[in-house]
Design a binder for this molecule. Sequence first.
Ligand code: 13P
Length: 252
Amino acid sequence: MRRKIVAGNWKMNTVLPEGEMLVKQLEFLTKDLDNGVELIIAPPFTHLVTVGKYLSENGVKVSLSAQNCADQDKGAYTGEVSAAMLRNAGCKYVILGHSERREYYGENSESLLRKINLVLNEGMQPIFCVGERLEERESNSHFEVVSAQIKEVLYKLRGVELANVIIAYEPVWAIGTGKTASSDQAEEMHAYIRRVVADKFPDYAENMPILYGGSCKPSNAQEIFSKENVDGGLIGGASLVAQDFVAIAKSF
Ligand code: 13P
C-alpha cells in the first residue's frame, strides 16, 4: 500500500497571524480525519518555527514542509535558507523544483540535484515537482519533458535515497488557472512517471507516492484521487482555506 498524502503549498501568502489562524482551523477540522491520509503544510519560511512548535506542542496531525531551500550547505550565501535550518525548524519535507521556482528564479536540474542531496542528508523528504508547460503539451512533448526532469535529477540518486522522495506532477497550465488536468490525463502521466522511475529503480517505483497538483479543489479531488497512480495532491490556492483543504483530504 502506498502512502496517501495531501500537501498544501501556501506559496507567498499569509502574514504570520493569518498563518497561525489557518493552522488553528486545521487543528480543529482534522480532529476526526481518520482515512489514513498524511497532511502536510508548506507555509512561508518566516512561519516555520512558530507553526512547527504549535503543531508539535498541540499534537496536531499535520506535518511541516518548506517550499524551497538553498543549494549550498552553509556559509556566505546572503538571503538563503539551508536544509539544516529547515530541519531544525521542524520540517520533515521540502518542496523542490516547483515550476514557479524553475520559471521565475532560474532553477535547473543541476541546482535541484544539489538541493535534493542536501535535503536527504538532513533526513528530510523532498517533494520533487515536475510538469510541462502548455506549449509543450500542445506540441505533444509533455512525456519527453517530464521524463528529462526526472532523469536529470532522480536518476543520479541511489535507490535507498529514492525511497524518501515524493514526486508531484504539476502541469504548469493547470496551476492557479482553474483548469485542472482531467483525471485520465493525470493518471496517464502518473503511470508514465512510475514507469520512468521503474526503468532505473525497479525496486522502488511501486511504493513512490506521486501527487497531482494544479487547480485541485474539493469538487474535483475525489475523481482525481480515485485513479490508481494518483497518491494524493499538492494543493495551492485551496490550501489557504482550511475547510477546502480538509475537504480535499477527506476525498480519499
Ligand atoms: P493551485 O492549486 O493554486 O493551482 O496551485 C498548485 C500548485 O502550484 C501547488 O504547488
